[in-house]
Design a protein around this ligand. Structure first.
Ligand code: ADP
Ligand code: ASP
Ligand code: MG
Length: 440
């Protein structure tokens, strides 16, 4: 069986939902994972933010606006009177729940309950649309089987068992529709797989059922060789290895949630990236096959904080790095890049939530310098570290102030740390000289 995931734009309009229907309606049994309609999760996050700030009236205003949009969409999606009424009744319940939330004290759990509504709405609506169109489909509620553990990792054994049970107790259908993104946590509270998490839902399910293939359908024809939001003349890449795709996703290629390939790489389940608006385009196939050497793609991750930790006694002071890493571990903060010199270690983190607590402890053993608003630019490809293009990097980037370089941590990745204000220029330069073959 295949697992097909459709993102926000793919279910973001009546026209696109009709495209999705024609893509999935081919007679094969499949699981279809849906995101919230595009824009909805952002709006739900904004509603939660108003509640957090005590702005109840603003929150209610935003809830009513969103409800209005949904009513209009339902009217153009569902001409069948009974289905139209049934979906409106469901949507009404969701919005009454949101209005109740507006009057409650803010908590992380409340926020999680609010942001979960987007996927609950889109799946209910789309399942009814398929019924109207005579397609055999049924809902598999994600909250009946998708769970993360205390470390926020997918609880794969639980997911496998529950999914089997849910299947056994669900009416047989050709298309099983479920919500991306949402899950339970280890205490059975509503939680989620972080923004963009529907991709991750799809590969977690793919691994749980040992799917033949996972397909991620989005609004672009596969993984491009550079970030199309900032760079001109980017091109789709037809094939990527799991390792290459994992590096690109982790280092900012927004088309994939950072953890997307993790669940499927061990079982060698291919992941295909496809464009809902242009289904005939090849897209990108992510598999265990590696292709020619060299820099294949570039991604950038923003919101990076660089920390230089200097100890007067680092010289021959074994155990210093251990202490430093222990401090980050205690505060559950992972480190992305590291460079060392005789007296200092520089490292980067992407989550500065616990920075004050980390500083308090680092301060006892070292002096610290911090640079915020940094970006990691990551160059990815098979064996990039051994390729001739790599030697041109310094020449290409001679005008860019590079703060750190990570080379050789993996054969497939070279990472550079720069100030975020230099990001677009750096990405465009690399694109021109590495991929567009402009001569220096
Ligand atoms: P969905 O809602 O379908 O999950 P996303 O917005 O999460 O879609 O991901 C698709 C978007 O990712 C594209 O529209 C594109 O702007 C952006 N993107 C960023 N980097 C890349 C890349 N390297 N290749 C393709 N798309 C990328
Ligand atoms: N709806 C969620 C988000 O916007 C999950 C997803 O789209 O993958 O982040
Ligand atoms: Mg996405």
């Amino acid at each position: 069986m295949k697992v097909l995931k459709f993102g926000g734009t793919s279910v973001g309009s009546v026209e696109n939902m009709a495209n999705v229907k024609s893509i999935i309606n081919d007679g094969d049994k499949k699981i279809v994972v849906l995101s919230a309609m595009s824009g909805t999760t952002n709006k739900l996050v904004a509603i939660a933010e108003e509640i957090k700030n005590g702005n109840v009236n603003e929150a209610i205003g935003k809830i009513n606006n969103l409800k209005e949009n949904y009513s209009k969409t339902i009217d153009s999606l569902l001409s069948h009177a009974d289905l139209n009424n049934d979906v409106k009744a469901y949507v009404s319940k969701v919005f009454s729940f949101l209005t109740e939330c507006a009057g409650q004290t803010f908590s992380e759990l409340l926020e999680n309950k609010i942001v979960a509504q987007g996927e609950l709405l889109s799946t209910y609506m789309f399942n009814s649309f398929l019924k109207q169109e005579g397609v055999s489909s049924t809902l598999l509620p994600a909250l009946d089987f998708m769970r993360i553990d205390a470390f926020k990792e997918p609880d794969i054994n639980y997911i496998k068992e529950q999914l089997r049970e849910v299947f056994d107790n669900t009416e047989v259908a050709e298309i099983y529709i479920t919500q991306g993104f949402i899950c339970l946590d280890d205490k059975d509270n509503i939680s989620n797989l972080q923004r963009g998490g529907s991709d991750y839902t799809a590969t977690i399910i793919g691994a749980a059922i040992k799917a033949e293939e996972v397909q991620i359908w989005t609004d672009i024809d596969g993984m491009h060789n550079n970030d199309p939001r900032y760079v001109e003349n980017t091109n789709p890449i037809s094939n990527l290895s799991f390792d290459e795709a994992a590096e690109l996703a982790y280092f900012g290629a927004k088309i994939l949630h950072p953890q997307t390939v993790t669940p499927v790489r061990a079982d060698n389940i291919p992941v295909r990236l496809k464009n809902t608006m242009n289904p005939d385009a090849h897209g990108t196939l992510i598999s265990s096959t590696t292709s020619e050497n060299g820099i294949k793609a570039i991604a950038a991750k923003d919101g990076i904080t660089a920390i230089k930790i200097k100890s007067a006694r680092m010289l021959q002071a074994h155990g210093f790095l251990k202490k430093v890493f222990e401090i980050f571990e205690t505060h559950q903060t992972s480190i992305d890049m590291i460079t060392t010199s005789e007296v200092a270690v520089s490292l980067t983190i992407d989550d500065d939530k616990n920075l004050d607590a980390i500083f308090l402890e680092l301060d006892k053993i070292a002096t610290i310098e911090v640079d915020k608003n940094q970006s990691i630019v990551c160059l990815v490809g098979h064996s990039v570290v051994n390729h001739q293009d790599t030697y041109r990097l310094f020449q290409i980037l001679q005008d860019v102030k590079i703060r750190m370089i990570s080379y050789g941590g993996s054969k497939n990745n070279i990472s550079l740390l720069i100030d975020s204000k230099d990001k677009i220029n750096t990405l465009q330069k690399l694109n021109n000289y590495l991929f567009e073959l402009v001569t220096l």
